[in-house]
Design a protein around this ligand. Sequence first.
Ligand SMILES: Cc1cc2nc3c(=O)[nH]c(=O)nc-3n(C[C@H](O)[C@H](O)[C@H](O)COP(=O)(O)O)c2cc1C
Length: 169
Amino acid sequence: MKFIELTKERHSVRSYTARPVEQEKLDYILECARLAPSAVNKQPWKFMVVQSPEGKSKICQCYAREWMAEAPLYIIVCAVADEAWTRRYDGKNHADIDAAIATEHICLAAADQGLGTCWVCNFDTTLIRQLFPFEPDTYPVAIIPIGYPDETDRPEAKRKPMDEIVTYL
Ligand SMILES: Cc1cc2nc3c(=O)[nH]c(=O)nc-3n(C[C@H](O)[C@H](O)[C@H](O)COP(=O)(O)O)c2cc1C
């Protein structure tokens, strides 16, 4: 698949079948996350794969949506602030940026494997820390449900026109 086709194929999936995700596909997705670039190659990330019934129930407490419960598994993408590169000019810690790149690798790799995903950031940040084992310097950036899409139609991806977002200087 050409990259433009893959970017069009990836979209937020909010309806999943019960079909389990094959371990080879999960391995492929995690490998694509592992290979993501990061500032000064610090790789300040951890990935929690949640697929046990107990773990899934905890995820659905943190982000209580009916469609979320359908997904057969989730990856919690975590940033490790103390491992990340910090820019000396303004002290900006790049953990979030690095974790976001890895997250999008996960979403694109899943789409490449015929799987659906959805970035989820609107979760209960206090509860997730209580329910999952985070080190003090590690925090969740996104929860990504992964599964086979159960979609009859797909909403059109609305994007701003090119002339609104690009400036040639
Ligand atoms: C950083 C980020 C956070 C998001 N958080 C949520 C979320 O909590 N719940 C949700 O349903 N979608 C969430 N989304 C999905 C966006 O709504 C979606 O990507 C956007 O509307 C564009 O649609 P598309 O992904 O189908 O192209 C998030 C996306 C990003 C990039």
